[in-house]
Write a protein that binds this ligand. Structure first.
Ligand code: SAM
Length: 194
């Protein structure tokens, strides 16, 4: 799709963080196998990944949440341009406030918002997460800081600590199974047991 290429160029030019190609392709593989009916995304940015998922899965309904005003405005424009307003609903606000207002179950969740909030998001996602459904959490190595001392910045200590807790929690929490894939900046894949 031409628009997706335009959005990649825009993201590069204006330094908007969008899903890395390697992660996008890995997600595409999982999602093609999974064939979710409802997908929830935390962190829309300019709408690149939401439009990508909707194009990949012609039947899927997507709810995507973005708190930044300028990003939400741009994403709305792009979703309209893609002709996907019927299948992608953009909710403008903080995911921590909006998640408790959502209804129904989602069988796929792409978590790509504030990395320091992943533990809090996980708790809020629990009631919305369909048994057998999968949560994909992006960038869990946080710019490589979780493993590479050279990349570690002292002022990011809290986020790094919280992501370590997140990775431990998804491995240890009963009722879930997880793998962490070394693609992009780390992709944690967690399945809720049926
Ligand atoms: C990595 S970008 C999302 C990229 C997008 N998923 C893509 O691949 O095209 C992360 C976005 O999450 C948003 N964000 C961060 N914390 C959030 C929160 N608590 N609620 C909603 N959006 C949030 C940021 O404003 C930013 O635009």
């Amino acid at each position: 799709m031409e628009l997706l290429q335009e959005l990649q160029i825009f993201a590069k030019e204006y330094d908007v963080p969008i899903v890395e190609e390697e992660v996008r392709d890995c997600l595409a593989m999982f999602l093609r196998i999974q064939q979710p009916k409802r997908l929830l995304e935390l962190g829309t940015a300019i709408g690149y990944s939401a439009i990508f998922f909707a194009t990949l899965l012609p039947e899927v309904e997507i709810i995507t949440i973005e708190r930044d005003d300028a990003m939400a405005f741009k994403a709305k424009e792009n979703i309209k341009k893609a002709g996907l307003t019927e299948r992608i609903t953009l909710l403008h606000g903080d995911a921590k406030e909006l998640l408790p207002t959502l209804d129904g179950f989602f069988d796929a969740i792409f978590m790509d918002a504030a990395k320091g909030q992943y533990n809090a998001f996980f708790t809020l996602l629990e009631p919305l997460w369909k048994p057998g459904g999968v949560l994909y959490a992006d960038d869990v190595y946080f710019h490589g800081m979780l493993h590479d001392k050279e990349k570690y910045h002292k002022r990011k200590v809290t986020i790094v600590k919280r992501l370590r807790q997140y990775l431990q929690m998804i491995q240890e929490t009963e009722g879930y199974e997880s793998i962490v894939l070394p693609v992009g900046d780390g992709l944690a894949v967690t399945r809720k047991e049926d």
